[in-house]
Design a binder for this molecule. Sequence first.
Ligand code: HEM
Length: 347
Amino acid sequence: MNKPSLSTGQTLIRLAAIAVVPLIVIALFLWAGGWLTPDKLTSDKLITVLQKSGGEHPGYRRNHAKGVCINGSFAANGKASVLSRAGLFAPGETPVIGRFAIAGGNPNAPDYAVPVRSMALAFYQKDGQQWRTGMNAMPMFPVKSVEGFYDLQIATLPDAKTGKPDPAKIQAFVQKHPEIKPFFGWAQQYVPSSSWASDRFNSLNAFNFVDQAGTRHVVRWSMVPHSEYQPINAADKNDSNFLQSDLQQRLAKGALQWDLIITVADAQDSSSDASIAWPADRQTINAGTLTINQTTPQQQGACNDINYDPLILPEGITASDDPILNARSSAYAKSYNARTREQAGAH
Ligand code: HEM
C-alpha cells in the first residue's frame, strides 16, 4: 500500500525535529566542557592557580607537595559509636596509612618557611570500606567558599617587581572576603611547633555522622597530640627538612600518638562555613587513639598512590552541605591524575 506523500510543511517539521537532536547533543557537550559558563570555577582553574602559586613540579601533589608517608593503626574505644555506625568506631583496631605534609605546592620549600602543616589518613575497615581524611594544623579555614580559595591564591601571588604579594591586592581581597579576618588574627600570633608530633590537626570542614537509627549528627574532628608542644627554635631553621629529621628521631625511640576528638555542633553552628571555629564549649567525644610507628619517604611510600579525597567515606559518615568538599574532591582527583601520570613518565 502506498503511503500518502508529506506536504512541504510536514517535511520541514520532520527535518527540523531531526536537526534538534544533534543540536541538543552539541549544547550538552559545550555545557559539560564549560564553554557555556566560562566564569565557572572548575577543578582545572583551581589546579592552574595552585601551580601558579607553588610552581610547576611534575610528579608532586599540587598542594601540600612536600611530605612523608606514615603507618600505624587506630584503636577505637567504642564511644563514638553513639554518633556513627562506621565500623572503625566500634571497639578494636583499624590499620592506617597516612601522610604528614606542609601546605603549598613547592616540594623543595624549607619546612620552617611554611607554618601550616597537615596530616592525612586512610583508615582500612575490616569490611573493605575506607575513611579518608585530610586535616590541617589551624583552627579555621581562611575562607568559606571555593571562590574565596581561588581569589586568595590570586591575591597572594608575588608581584613581578617586588617578589612579594601586593598589599593593595590583599586589601581588596579582604574587602571581598571579610571572613578571613579571624584567620589573619590567629596567624599573626601563631608560633608553629617544632614537630609534626605535637601538632593538633583539624578537619575544619563539617561532616555528618549517621548513627544506628539513621539520625544525623553534624560534627568536626581533630587529632590531638600526646606529645608536648615545643615552639619552633633557631636550630630548626638550620635544617630545611627539620620536620622529617625530628619525626625519624622520635620514631626511633617509640611510637607517637594522638586522640581522635569528635566535636558535635549545636543547632546554631554552621555546617557549611569552615572559616568559623565553633565555640570551645561544644560537646566532644574521645573516639580512641591513633598510633603512628613508621615513616617512609613519600615517593617510595604507600601514601604516594593515595588520593586523600575527603569524600571517600564509609557507611556512617556523609558529606555536609559545605561547598568546599565537592571542590576539594574534584581538585584532588585532577592533582592525583596529573602527578601519577607524570610519575609514570607520560607527560
Ligand atoms: C577549595 C578548597 C581547596 C582546594 C582547591 C584544595 C586543593 C588541594 C589539592 C589539589 C591538594 C593535593 C591533592 C593530591 O594530589 O593528592 C590538596 C591537599 C591537601 N589539602 Fe586541600 N584544598 C582545599 C581545601 C582544603 C581544606 C578545607 C582542608 C582542610 C583540612 C584541606 C586539607 C588538605 C590536606 C591535608 C592535603 C594533603 C593531603 C595529602 O597529604 O595527600 N584542603 N588540597
